[in-house]
Design a protein around this ligand. Structure first.
Ligand code: HAM
Length: 382
């Protein structure tokens, strides 16, 4: 959950928002130590992969993780300081430039989203090219944007200096206009173009719908070649990215991997909270099995005994300890979304029974106290 802060500073990019504005640093009593809560999982997987010499022992390694991540962002719907990701990473020490690997990762991602019943997930892909392409494209973009620098927003003037790629996905209207007029396509090398064409062909063959967005660059700096983002509708609003990922071979070398090896590395992460907002899965209303209504509030001995007996038998039950009218106890049962209400009035005490009211149907029946657990368990199982 936390790592040496330098792992994130070295891997996610000094110019990325995640490092610049959102790292949640842990206070340390030692001066030469610094830790941060992890904002994402890829850097940690790579750190662990190298630490455990997977590159020396495995030709290809496939990992997944499900866990909490932390970013010091301004919270809003779908954007939390603690959220959860499901992530997948594939790392290989051989340069298997198979576009099938990109397709495999994307097919898995889209399959998961379908299983989670996410409403209309939309996949956008782009290629940033190889490390060398990126350096060349960066120079080209600087040259082009230099002529229009005044038309860029304040943030982009800074991005122009530090990471010109980020100008491409700026949301500012003026920047959008400038970017649209200059960048129709990223000038990739022939080899990278061929590779990206292979990814597209394999995706089409697999029946995956996608759109190419030449301005998709992603907020983390470690990507090369194919990058992607999936958005969805539902209740997401402006935070509509539910998943993202791409290739990050360079990260292996940045984090101390063997320089003689041409690694292959790619993966994705999807945000669980955003999936829930975009999903059509019916969310179960949390509720309790049974609420006990009491009449004699000065002496709730019998009800209290019954309450504990039910709980010990695995039935989720609650009751009031305060003096309250029948009506207000029933409304409390409703608020707790109780499936059944148990009523022990004078008649019930006399007859050793309990009245069991079904809160869905409104029907009520008398059940012998000695049979109450089996009776309720039978009802709750249906
Ligand atoms: P990311 O785009 O920063 O990529 O995050 C992936 C997903 O995590 C987002 O699409 C979103 O669903 C969710 N997410 C991010 N920040 C928040 C937040 N503050 N609140 C709620 N959900 C959030 C990565 O993290 C990369 N590690 C993905 C990757 C894996 N690339 C290669 N392998």
């Amino acid at each position: 959950v936390y790592e040496d802060i330098n792992l994130f500073k070295r891997s996610l990019g000094q110019t990325s928002d995640v490092v610049n504005k959102q790292l949640l640093e842990l206070a340390s009593s030692k001066e030469d130590e610094g830790y941060a809560l992890r904002p994402e999982g890829t850097a940690s997987v790579v750190r662990s992969y190298l630490e455990h010499s997977f590159d020396k022992n495995e030709t290809i390694s496939k990992f997944f993780y499900i866990g909490p991540m932390f970013r010091g962002e301004r919270p809003q719907k779908g954007r939390l300081r603690q959220f959860h990701q499901i992530g997948v990473e594939v790392i290989s020490p051989s340069e298997t430039m198979s576009h099938r690997l990109d397709a495999e990762v994307l097919i898995l991602c889209m399959h998961l989203l379908r299983e989670f019943k996410v409403k209309e997930p939309k996949l956008k892909i782009n290629s940033l090219g190889s490390k060398e392409d990126k350096e060349r494209i960066s120079l080209w973009l600087r040259g082009e944007f230099a002529k229009h620098k005044k038309e860029l927003c304040e943030d982009c003037q800074e991005r122009f200096e530090r990471n010109v790629f980020r100008v491409l996905d700026c949301k500012n209207e003026k920047c959008r206009k400038t970017v649209n007029s200059i960048v129709k396509d990223l000038p990739l090398s022939e080899k990278s173009k061929e590779y990206f064409n292979g990814v597209q062909k394999t995706l089409t063959e697999a029946g995956i719908d996608f759109r190419i967005d030449p301005h998709l660059v992603r907020g983390l700096d470690y990507y090369t070649h194919t990058v992607f983002e999936i958005t969805a509708g539902g209740e997401l609003g402006s935070q509509n990215a539910i998943g993202a990922g791409g290739n990050y071979e360079q990260l292996l070398h940045d984090l101390g991997g063997d320089l003689r090896i041409n690694y292959r590395a790619l993966g994705f992460a999807i945000g669980i909270e955003r999936i829930l907002l975009a999903s059509q899965i019916e969310k179960p209303m949390p509720g309790i099995d049974v609420f006990l209504v009491t009449f004699n509030c000065d002496d709730t001995r019998n009800e209290f005994k019954l309450l504990n007996f039910l709980r010990q038998n695995g039935i989720n039950a609650d009751m009031n300890y305060l003096l309250a009218s029948f009506k207000s106890q029933m409304s409390r049962a409703n608020r707790l979304n109780a499936r059944y209400v148990l009523i022990i009035g004078e008649d019930e005490v006399k007859n050793n029974t309990v009245a069991v009211k079904d809160m869905k149907t409104g029907t009520q029946e008398a059940v012998e106290i000695k049979n109450i657990v089996s009776n309720l368990k039978g009802k709750l199982a249906n």
